[in-house]
Design a protein around this ligand. Structure first.
Ligand code: CIR
Length: 250
């Protein structure tokens, strides 16, 4: 985790939902941290980094497999320095690392781990060369990987804005993507268009963290036996941020 800086509102955004209110940003971030602890996790929380207004979205800087930490090369140049800033905190937990190199770019938000398979979104941020480097690294570790091109889907920034793997062979997927044949071997929980922001949710131990305000999705999760933990994400949504992007979990 990284605590949002006071210039959080200067970060990148493509949505027009208003300016985030900093006090509320801090409050929602603190509640998110508390929720992870309630789920049984121990947190490493980094200080605000005013050089990088988007740096609270730590997920985009690395992909953490059990064996190797893979450092990303974010597609937005204003975010590339976040990797070096986060690297020491991640390296404390790993013997072995890999780094995506130019001209490849990968944002962690485009990478959806689903058991031993990784879906790699090719997006405005993750390019085909980044996807190629990442696939080679994952294959060497014994994982399979495939790409999903989301460049035509203007409503989402990253692949994981539209899909999440919640364990038990189940994907939560926004309606617009649900017909993708790559998902056919999974159980799907389809997210209706009005609730599509909710598709970015996170399984942590026996809970699924879900953004507040999506009653159909929480009911569908409950019907499949998943216990939700609902969090207000309004201020992060204003900056294109989903629930998963606030933490690097391993
Ligand atoms: C950005 O545009 O890079 C940030 N404002 C939001 C990043 C959100 N990351 C994520 O969902 N993984």
């Amino acid at each position: 985790m990284r605590v949002p800086g006071s210039n959080f509102a200067d970060g990148l955004t493509s949505v027009d939902l208003g300016v985030p209110q900093f006090e509320e940003v801090l409050k929602q971030h603190a509640r998110y941290c508390e929720a992870l602890r309630e789920c049984g996790l121990e947190l490493t929380t980094l200080e605000p980094d005013l050089r990088h207004p988007d740096s609270t979205f730590v997920e985009d800087t690395a992909i953490l497999t059990p064996q190797v930490a893979i450092f990303c090369r974010p597609g937005a140049s204003s975010r590339q320095g976040e990797v070096a800033a986060n690297r020491p905190a991640v390296e404390r937990f790993y013997f072995s690392t890999f780094t995506i190199e130019a001209p490849g770019s990968v944002d962690g938000g485009d990478i959806c781990e689903a058991g031993t398979h990784f879906f790699i979104g090719v997006s405005q941020r993750t390019n085909p060369e980044g996807a190629r480097q990442l696939t080679a690294c994952l294959n060497a570790l014994g994982y399979t990987a495939s790409t999903i091109d989301v460049r035509g889907m203007t409503s989402i920034l990253h692949l994981k804005s539209g899909i999440s793997y919640v364990g038990d062979n189940t994907l939560v997927v926004m309606e617009e993507m649900a017909a993708n044949p790559q998902f056919s071997r999974f159980e799907l929980i389809r997210v209706i268009a009005e609730e599509s922001y909710g598709a970015n949710c996170v399984r942590v131990n026996d809970r699924v963290l879900v953004a507040e305000g999506f009653p159909k999705l929480t009911a569908d999760l409950a019907a499949r036996g998943f216990k939700s933990l609902v969090l207000n994400m309004s201020e992060f949504q204003k900056m294109d941020g989903g629930l998963s992007c606030l933490s690097l979990r391993f």
